[in-house]
Design a protein around this ligand. Structure first.
Ligand code: A3P
Length: 321
């Protein structure tokens, strides 16, 4: 039987994702409208290639998220979970102790962007494959989304939109020095224009899919993961068809995974530390890891405005933040 996913970097010798490669030559973040969604211009070729040629396989798990909603954490948790037979989470040489989670789980848009050479790397990955995307549900290929195809499952994570925007602003500011004011991110986002936005469409697409087909799409929230990581990791394991056995629970395997992937543990690893010699470093993925940081950046009026927009967009869906 397959032992679970292998770190992409170990298999392919290259970094599967560096968000910084999405920086354009003139150092600007160019958003492009693509089939009703806002995406980075540099991701479009990859998205088109995914739509054209991604063939799901039995056992595939696609991690979906808007940026800055806990993608790195979900990658770590899903990887540690699915590969626990090969890499026990308490092992002193666990891959997540020497590799950033983005080195373990490839980012589809960039992987497919560079054409067949990398695409074939995706095809060469042994099953079960684990990968992530920021694409909205509406633009995923039908081969991935069709309810009948349970071979390929989707685990989605979202986050309270105000906190997501604050996190996005901090991240973008580090990548692009010309983004200075929070309003540069906030104002367009209220109109729906932000990376992978509109935010409400991103969340609603996966929410509706998870309601229609709960065995196909698992819908998680960053805040729930923070308040009860154990129960959510248990849910994740069950969903991907690898529930924890009684003996694993008794041996503390689940707790070991939660500890290994915790903010403090990952942030303080050498591989995830700041690198002053580079214009990008893994520490960018680990900032505060808290709920409610929006209050340090938004006035009550701004918060009310975004809350009202989101509430209106989500009304009738059964989803709220
Ligand atoms: P903050 O900027 O609010 O601190 P993404 O991985 O999608 O880019 O999301 C990044 C956000 O997740 C950042 O939020 C980051 O600090 C937080 N994060 C990263 N790893 C985490 C972990 N292991 N546990 C909790 N939060 C984490």
């Amino acid at each position: 039987a397959a032992l679970g996913p292998v770190p992409f970097r170990d298999l392919c010798g290259v970094r599967p994702v560096s968000d910084v490669t999405t920086r354009s030559a003139d150092n600007k973040l160019w958003l492009q409208r693509y089939q009703g969604t806002w995406v980075l211009e540099s991701w479009v070729p990859g998205i088109m290639a995914i739509q054209r040629s991604f063939v799901p396989r039995r056992g595939d798990v696609v991690l979906g998220s808007p940026p800055k909603c806990g993608t790195t954490w979900l990658k770590a948790l899903a990887f540690a979970n699915m590969s626990r037979a090969a890499y026990p989470p308490a092992h002193p040489e666990h891959p997540l102790l020497r590799l950033n989670p983005h080195d373990c789980v490839p980012f589809m848009e960039l992987l497919f962007a560079t054409g067949t050479r990398k695409e074939s790397k995706m095809n060469a990955l042994p099953s079960p494959r684990l990968m992530n995307t920021h694409m909205q549900h509406s633009i995923l290929p039908a081969s991935v989304t069709t309810d009948q195809n349970l071979d390929c499952k989707i685990v989605y994570i979202c986050r309270e939109p105000k906190d997501m925007l604050v996190s996005l602003w901090h991240y973008t500011r580090r990548a692009l020095p010309d983004v200075s004011s929070f309003l540069d991110v906030f104002e367009p986002a209220c109109e729906g224009k932000c990376l992978c936005g509109p935010i409400w469409d991103h969340v609603l697409g996966y929410w509706n899919a998870s309601k229609a087909s709960p065995e196909k799409v698992l819908f998680l929230r960053y805040e729930d993961l923070l308040s009860d990581p154990v129960e959510n990791v248990r849910k994740l394991a069950r969903f991907v068809g690898q529930p924890f056995s009684v003996s694993e629970e008794e041996a503390g395997v689940l707790m070991d995974i939660v500890r290994l992937c915790s903010f403090d543990k990952l942030k303080n690893l050498e591989v995830n530390s700041a690198d002053p010699s580079s214009d990008f470093a893994n520490d960018w993925y680990f900032r505060k890891g808290e709920v409610g940081d929006w209050a340090n950046h938004m006035t009550p009026d701004m918060a009310r405005r975004l809350d009202a927009i989101v509430e209106e967009k989500l009304s009738g869906s059964g989803l709220s933040f």
